[in-house]
Design a protein around this ligand. Sequence first.
Ligand code: FMN
Length: 331
Amino acid sequence: MGFEINFLGPKVKVENTFVLNTKLWTADDKLIMAPMHAITNYVFRNSFDKVFPEAIDKAITPFISLTHGNLTFNKRKYSDILIENNTSSFDIIPQVLGNDPKGIIDLCEISSQLGYREVNWNIGCPQDRIMNKDRGAGLLRDTDRIEKILSEVLDNIDINFSIKIRLGKSSKEDISRLIPIINQYPISNVIIHPRLAIDKYEKEVDLDSFEESAKLINKRIIYNGDIFSKEDFNKLKLRFPNINDWMIGRGLLFNPCLASEIKSINYIDKKERLLALHSELIREGVSLNKLKGCWSYFLFGLNWQEDKTKILFNCKTIEDFDKFVGDNIYD
Ligand SMILES: Cc1cc2nc3c(=O)[nH]c(=O)nc-3n(C[C@H](O)[C@H](O)[C@H](O)COP(=O)(O)O)c2cc1C
């Protein structure tokens, strides 16, 4: 019975399932919606906040890439961060992906003019086509280059600047080299997804390395990775009581009630809430493709047979898709 907590010492031992079901979230803990390209855009964020008010405190936008076209302000490229499009109560942080200091500075300038207080730099994306161009986690093996970019960017912006990282591209030595650089520059916070980029989403999150890195970094740390249930959150909270910022990605899509559950707001009819989110996405103008993207995750919470899933994804219009969901959600 019982459990041990020691942030700096040996791993936590948790045997008390009662503790894992209680509310360990406190008002100091911020739940942050992870950026998920083509999914957690403003339509999703606005809809989510309407259906689950107060569940999420903050959101990082999916990355804005520096590679497509020039960066002069154009409404289409920046639609996700335009103030008029963002009606949620979340604290929203635009995210940039790229390795060109000038482009990053320009995006910071635009974000600052729009009224944002922070920009996040994605140096953790593990997609090969991005890493191969020395962007995202592809930069992690070249910490000298990261330092040069940071030095130039931080000298030329008037907005907080944070980073989102993994433990390394293919070796944890990357984060060991990066930590002294992080500590030396005025970075506002560091989001750590404790996996190597080459591992994508496979293998367990490396909590020992997260703990080790968090101890050595002199900035506010945001934990990110594999929070799929209230119990997962509670285990992490017990092991890392000094962490107050928790980013959740896929868990919010597998179970949109998750953030509320962590805060002990429980919904008796979770399918009704899922249907409400689905309807709100449609009301907010989601495209059929993006809706299908969301449902590729939402389906995990339902026990649909493969043939039913196939019919859903074969729907050719939003109306057909919506009708099929409405007719089948309670099966
Ligand atoms: C489909 C998809 C799109 C993603 N897009 C982004 C992105 O635009 N920027 C980013 O920093 N991370 C992105 N990520 C990574 C997530 O933000 C998050 O770090 C990752 O899913 C791990 O968190 P989780 O275990 O809570 O899902 C994406 C992940 C997925 C699965």
